[in-house]
Each structure stands twice: as C-alpha cells, then as structure tokens.
Design a protein around this ligand. Structure first.
Ligand code: MRU
Length: 364
C-alpha cells in the first residue's frame, strides 16, 4: 500500500540480497521506521517483540529467517535448528508453523549447496502468494459489502466494525479483513469503519486507524467495550476480523476481545465475518478452545501504555498501581456457531467442517 507517494510492502529483500527490510511497527503511528535485519537472532527478536506482527506477516518473516540461516549454514542440522528457534517466537499464529514447514519441506530434498538461493526464492514466492491471497479475499468480501450496500438507500454508508489490525501491516499487502474495505472504497461504495482500539497493545488505535487514515477510509476509533452498544443501536452493519488460527471445524482464534464482539453480534443479528487465507487454517486441530495454545504476554503490556507526549516524545505511562499484577492472554477463541462466514481466497465458506471441506476438497 502507499505511504505518502511510495508503495510499500511490509517486508522486502535489501539491496545486499541477503538481509530483509521491515517496517518496525512498534513506532507507528508516530514514526515510520524501516529496519534492516540480517540474522536469525534478529528475525526472532522482530517476531517475538512484535516489530512485525499479524499472522501472515509473521509467517513470511520466518520464511526469510530460514533463508538467512541457509546462507550462513545450509546443513540439515541448521535447517532443523532454525525451525525450532523461530517456531518458539510466538505460539498462536499457525502461519508461523505453516511457513516453517513449507520452507523445510521445500529445502530438505535439495543439496546443501543449492539451499540458500532456493530458500530466498521460496520466501519471495510465499510473500507474493500472500498478496494474491489477500487480493482474492478482498474480491470475495467486496461482494458481501456490495450486497449490504444494495439493501440500503443509494449513497447510504455501510458501517463495518473491525478488531485489532488485520490490515496490510499484518500481511505483506492489502490485509485480510481490510482488503474488502479497501476494494469497496476503490469501487466507490461508501463505507465507514469503527476501529476497536484493541487493548492492551492498541493495534487498532495505532495501526488500523493509521492505515484507514492513510488510505482515506472514513473511520472512527472506539474503545473495545463500545461495539456492543453500537450494535444494539443499529450502528454496525457487519463485523470483519482476521484470525491467527482457524480450526478444521471453523472455530476462530483471534486477538483477545474478538469473542465478545461475536457474542454481541449474534445477540443483535449483525453478520460476523472472518477473513483468512488458507495458510491460517490448522487442519490438524478441531476444537479451538481445547487445542489452540493461547499466547500469554507480559503483564507490562496491560499496566504500561505507549503514546506520544505533548513535547513529541514516544514514551510509556503506567495506568495501574505499581504493585497490581496484570494478566495478558493475547488471543481468544470464537466458536464456529457465532461466525456468519469465513471469507477465504476461494470464496465464503460456512464456519464448519463441512463448509471448509467443500471449499478445500483436497484437504479431505
Ligand atoms: O498480536 P498480533 O498483533 O500479532 O495479533 C494480530 C491479530 O490478531 C490479527 O487479527 C491476525 O493476526 C490476523 S492478521 C491478517
């Protein structure tokens, strides 16, 4: 997507053809910083400490991490070790394991001397594939927005609520939940987005709002608890969120707070859609609540909030007493029964085993 006049993806190969450049998302919306990363340790830090985040982008970054390792040491042992190191960085987003598995599956049969070049090529392909998947999700989600717009008076706005950041910053480009919104805006359909701030790290306030502003999408920031109230008053036409892992049964794991939005949507007959590329489906897991590992992050993310002070410094402030402990489960699971549809690159699937099997028959 464009930042100012320039088109950016969220990750790309440096001029040296070995390191990668990433947008360091910790500083947005206040500063747009690009970092160069040339080591596996650097890639692990960038994923763990959320310089990059969002399930698809975590996967692509890890794929480049494998390529960097293959340049340094293309042995079988190094390939297994980089898989282990990067797999440990964040536990919930399945795209991480998907990308690491894919890189190892692709590289293992090759002679060590061939692996580095092949690894950079495959990582670049995975990045390109992500852009294509998101574009297709955008087209399929656009059809839903069109239908909702068609039921309204001409020119009336379609109000969409989203949670966290499933935007282009969470992917390589376009985003998942945001792709239909961007395409609807381009198509001239009047849309307005309610952006959940998404405590504790405020990915909505810091990243989604920045994306919406940058692309001229009318939007309003709300606190996480406002969504139910807005739905009760008929102010939301649909919810679209992303996901970090969706099970073979259609249970959806996403940023903490998503489940409460789905409950409120069900209670108010508001359609609740989840946008996802197929690498986000974990075909090995059926029951999301019982089987998906939920990342527990530092309580400091709850007690300390980042922001920009009046004199222009980016700083943290404490919002709770020093001695108060904080818990920070980073994701929750929305049961399939609360999901209206899964917007995939192939079309909109029912959130059920049968729905996903019909959409991806080769996975049977
Ligand atoms: O903790 P984060 O910021 O990595 O969480 C991101 C989300 O929850 C997104 O909604 C999800 O990864 C889907 S991104 C297309």
């Amino acid at each position: 997507m464009n930042v100012g006049e320039r088109h950016y993806r969220t990750i790309w190969l440096s001029d040296d053809k070995h390191s990668v450049e990433i947008i360091d998302q910790r500083w947005l919306p206040h500063e747009f910083r690009v970092e160069t990363i040339g080591s596996v340790a650097g890639i692990a830090t960038a994923i763990r400490d959320m310089w990059v985040r969002g399930a698809p982008l975590i996967g692509v970054t890890a794929a480049y991490g494998v390529a960097i390792q293959m340049k340094d040491d293309p042995s079988d042992e190094a390939l297994d070790a980089v898989w282990e190191t990067l797999h440990k960085t964040r536990p919930t987003a399945i795209n991480l394991r998907w990308a690491l598995d894919e890189m190892r599956r692709f590289l293992k049969p090759l002679a060590p001397g061939e692996r580095a070049d092949a690894a950079y090529r495959r990582a670049a392909e995975i990045a390109d594939e992500d852009v294509g998947l998101n574009r297709a999700i955008g087209e399929n989600g656009l059809a839903i927005i069109r239908e909702i717009a068609a039921r309204k008076q001409p020119g009336e706005t379609v109000n969409i609520l989203t949670h966290c950041n499933a935007g282009w910053l969470a992917t390589v480009d376009y985003g998942t939940a945001t792709a239909p919104i961007y395409l609807a805006t381009e198509a001239g359909i009047p849309v307005h987005v309610y952006v959940d701030e998404t405590r504790p790290r405020n990915q909505g306030a810091q990243l989604t709002a920045w994306e919406m502003a940058g692309h001229g999408v009318p939007h309003t920031l709300i606190v996480d608890n406002a969504g139910g109230h807005l739905m009760q008053h008929g102010d939301i036409d649909m919810v679209i969120v992303g996901t970090d892992r969706t099970t073979a049964n259609g249970d959806v794991c996403n940023k903490i707070g998503t489940y409460l939005k789905a409950l409120a949507a069900a209670d108010n007959d508001v359609p609740f859609y989840v946008a996802l590329p197929s690498p986000t489906i974990d075909w090995t897991v059926a029951d999301g609540l019982a089987e998906i590992p939920i990342e527990e992050r530092s309580g400091d993310e709850v007690s300390l909030v980042w922001g920009k002070t009046a004199d222009g410094k980016i700083a943290q402030v404490r919002v709770s007493p020093d001695a108060t402990p904080a818990a920070n489960p980073a994701f929750d699971v929305t049961p399939a029964r609360l999901v209206t549809g899964l917007i995939t690159e192939r079309g909109v699937a029912k959130a059920s085993r049968e729905g996903l099997k019909a959409m991806f028959p080769e996975r049977d």
